[in-house]
Write a protein that binds this ligand. Structure first.
Ligand code: 6PG
Length: 246
């Protein structure tokens, strides 16, 4: 098992995280559009990436990418309607998709409102889009992730059975602490990503970030460490508050 620790870029504040991550996104999108004519990106939920999404859809970056070739997916979703403020799709729609007028066909949201069948529906969408063979995980060009103060990423939470998933590419998980039913990409998909961009901001994340980066490799306790097993590049943009214990 090859453990690759990520490239850590310490930023002054959330604005610099957004700026540096936007530049990285634009560079990757340009490279994949040039070589493949498309760019598959799985977006993160949560609050941290909102600055990045707004910047990508701003005057400054909006014209840097041929968005018609960018295919949007999600790393996870809450099982709520797509108009619900808790929906990761709803927030990305507001901060990114609507501002760029992304065509419907390029948006592959997780239909959280389907509840128990949402995970299977997303799995089918992934299998069809990527033309997956049986047992094959999709290789996203980019997966954007965040990290919770407990070391979770996507909806891969500490000490949950989905962390041991080696075959399925999506899973439905009930997060007791948050009383939230969710759908998440599984570890095999995270590991196959060609590139991971991970954003961490805020003092409340500093203990977890220290343990994740400088403590032992215990992904069942700190699931974001699963990204250390990724086959591709992994770049973490963290602000000084989050990095204060490093
Ligand atoms: C979600 C995310 C989740 C998020 C972390 C950090 O659906 O909430 O996928 O993994 O990235 O919880 O969230 P913040 O960016 O809001 O701190």
């Amino acid at each position: 098992m090859r453990i690759n620790t990520p490239e850590i870029i310490v930023c002054e504040d959330p604005a610099e995280i957004a700026e540096r991550a936007a530049k990285a996104f634009v560079k990757l999108a340009g490279e994949f559009m040039k070589s493949r004519g498309r760019f598959t990106a799985a977006l993160s939920g949560g609050k941290t990436p909102e600055g990045l999404y707004r910047l990508l859809s701003s005057e400054k970056y909006g014209k840097e990418i041929d968005w018609s070739g960018v295919e949007f997916f999600w790393g996870d979703e809450r099982c709520v309607p797509p108009t619900h403020p808790e929906s990761n799709f709803f927030n990305a729609k507001k901060t990114l998709l609507d501002r760029l007028e992304i065509p419907e066909k390029n948006i592959h949201r997780i239909k959280g409102e389907l509840l128990k069948t949402a995970s299977e529906e997303y799995e089918t969408e992934l299998k069809n889009f990527f033309g997956l063979r049986r047992g094959e995980a999709p290789a996203f060009d980019l997966i954007i992730l965040g990290m919770g103060a407990d070391g979770h990423t996507a909806s891969l939470f500490p000490r949950t059975s989905v962390l041991k998933e080696e075959k399925k590419i999506t899973a439905a998980v009930y997060v007791e602490r948050l009383k939230s039913l969710r759908v998440t990409l599984t570890p095999p998909v995270i590991k196959r990503a060609a590139n991971i961009i991970l954003l961490v901001s805020g003092r409340e994340k500093s203990d977890a970030l220290y343990n994740v980066l400088q403590g032992p490799f215990t992904p069942e306790r700190l699931p974001v460490q699963i990204t250390f097993l990724a086959e591709g590049t992994s770049t973490w943009f963290v602000d000084k508050e989050a990095a204060r214990k490093l």
